[in-house]
Design a protein around this ligand. Structure first.
Ligand SMILES: Nc1ncnc2c1ncn2[C@@H]1O[C@H](COP(=O)(O)OP(=O)(O)OP(=O)(O)O)[C@@H](O)[C@H]1O
Ligand SMILES: [Mg+2]
Length: 261
C-alpha cells in the first residue's frame, strides 16, 4: 500500500522505561528504537507485559522514558496533548449521561472552539464515518461493545489528532465483531490516512492492520524485528498471510501452532 508522505512523526531512540514501586524497580522496556512515518499504521506486537501499553503511554506523554529520547514531530513528548489521542480496550470510555452525539460533541467543544452548528455538523460527519448514523440520540448503555468503540473512534477522529494511539481497542470483542472492526478501521484509514500506532498481542490482528509490525521480546520489551507487511491486502487465506503468520510466530518464540488469542 502506498503511503503519501514519508516524513517521521514519532521517533523513539534507545528508549528504556523503568517503574519504581514499593516492591522494587520494574524494567518495562529496554533500548527500544523505532520510527513511525506520517500516515502509516504501525503495530506494536508482543507478549503480555512486554511494555506495549507503556510505550504507547510514553508517546501519549503520560509516562517519561528513563533513558533515551522519544520525539513527536521532532519535540520530546513530555506531556499529553490533543495531537495524540489514546483509545483503550475498555468499552466504558464514554460519558454515560451523554448521547452518542453528546459524547462526540463534548470532546470537540473542549478541544475546538467552533460555533454550535459547525460543532454539530462535524460530530455528525464522524458518527456517519464510523457507521453509526441513526444512533446519534442513543445512550452508551444501549450500545453494543463494538458500537461504543466506534463512538470512541468517532470522538477521537473528530478531534483531528496527528496520531491515534490504539491500545488493543478490539480486545474485548468477540472474534467475528473483531474481524469486522479490523476491516472497518482499514476503511476509515483509507478515508483519512491518519497515522495509527496500534498495540496488539494478536498475530492475526497485527497482519490485518499494520503496514509495519514491530515485534517485541518478553519483558523487558526490546525490539526483536520491524517487518514490512503487505499480507493484509492478500487476505487471511493467502500464502503470503500464512507465511507472515509463521514468521511472526517464529519471532515471538511460539511453535507452529502458536497461541493465538
Ligand atoms: N505504572 C506502573 N507502575 C509499575 N509498573 C508498571 C506500571 N505500568 C506498567 N508496569 C509494568 O511494566 C510492565 C509492562 O506493562 P505494560 O502494561 O506496558 O505491558 P503490555 O505489553 O501492555 O501488556 P498487556 O499485553 O498485558 O497489556 C509490566 O510488568 C507492568 O507490571
Ligand atoms: Mg497493555
Amino acid at each position: 500500500m502506498a503511503i503519501a508522505a514519508h516524513d517521521t512523526l514519532i521517533e523513539a531512540s534507545r528508549v528504556s522505561i523503568q517503574f519504581t514501586t514499593a516492591a522494587g524497580v520494574v524494567e518495562a522496556v529496554r533500548d527500544v528504537s523505532f520510527q513511525v512515518r506520517r500516515g502509516e499504521k504501525f503495530v506494536l506486537l508482543g507478549p503480555s507485559g512486554c511494555g506495549k501499553s507503556t510505550l504507547l503511554k510514553a508517546v501519549a506523554g503520560f509516562v517519561r522514558p528513563t533513558a533515551g529520547t522519544l520525539l513527536f514531530e521532532g519535540r520530546e513528548a513530555r506531556e499529553p496533548g490533543a495531537d495524540r489521542i489514546l483509545i483503550f480496550q475498555e468499552f466504558d470510555q464514554l460519558l454515560p449521561w451523554k448521547t452518542v452525539l453528546g459524547n462526540v460533541q463534548f470532546a470537540l467543544r473542549v478541544a475546538a472552539r467552533l460555533p454550535a452548528d459547525a460543532l454539530s455538523q462535524r460530530a455528525r460527519a464522524y458518527i456517519r464515518l464510523v457507521g453509526l448514523e441513526g444512533f446519534e440520540r442513543a445512550y452508551p448503555h444501549t450500545l453494543s461493545g463494538s458500537m461504543k468503540q466506534r463512538v470512541a473512534l468517532a470522538r477521537s477522529l473528530a478531534l483531528d489528532p496527528e496520531v491515534l494511539l490504539m491500545d488493543e481497542p478490539f480486545g474485548s470483542l468477540d472474534a467475528l465483531t473483531r474481524l469486522h472492526m479490523q476491516n472497518e478501521l482499514g476503511r476509515i484509514w483509507r478515508e483519512h490516512r491518519k497515522t495509527i500506532l496500534f498495540v496488539t498481542h494478536s498475530i492475526q490482528e497485527a497482519i490485518l492492520i499494520g503496514h509495519r509490525i514491530m515485534v517485541m521480546t518478553p519483558r523487558p520489551g526490546r525490539v526483536r524485528e520491524i517487518l514490512d507487511n503487505t499480507a493484509a491486502d492478500a487476505g487471511p487465506d493467502s500464502p503470503e498471510f500464512v507465511q507472515m503468520q509463521g514468521r511472526l510466530r517464529g519471532l515471538l518464540g511460539l511453535g507452529d501452532r502458536g497461541h493465538e488469542e
